[in-house]
Design a protein around this ligand. Sequence first.
Ligand code: NI
Length: 189
Amino acid sequence: MNLLPRPRDGRHRTIVRLGHPVLRQRAEEVASSRFGTRFLRDLERDLLRTMFEDGGVGLAAPQIAVPLRVFAYYVPGEGGQDEVEPRVVVNPVLRLEGEAEVAGWEGCLSIPGLRGLVPRHPSLELSGFDVDGRELSLRAQGFHARVIQHETDHLDGIVFLDRMRNLTSLAFEEEWEQFASDRHLPVEA
Ligand code: NI
């Protein structure tokens, strides 16, 4: 049983669902003049709190109807993955490695109740900033790389359904729990 961090501040924001136009727009870069502002720090806290309270491992700003290139994520230390502490990334740029051929289960807080197999790149380099404008650079692989690809897609108006090769693996949560094999990793992002 994974014990989620319990955010002490920030406020819970409503997550918009598929059909809301903000999920299908390209989100705007955050201007450097906004780094370190109350606005961006509040956005960071709200994203983290909402992500944890709604049981996700990632949440992009457009999912709370903020059309900016910001997302929160973390990787729980389960399913053979190394834990990655919760963090918020601003203006992410990805350098994808290999081919988008590693299939894994994904879900999305904006598409509640559904799961599907999505092919993703096995590893990547992420560069970007934290909310105070400090440069951030890291390598990620496996589930960590998957979450980053899923969240960055949200900033370009793309959802995991768009990335599925076909819809034959699409499943409702309860049926997925009952019938899917290889479902050891957390999927809700
Ligand atoms: Ni999502």
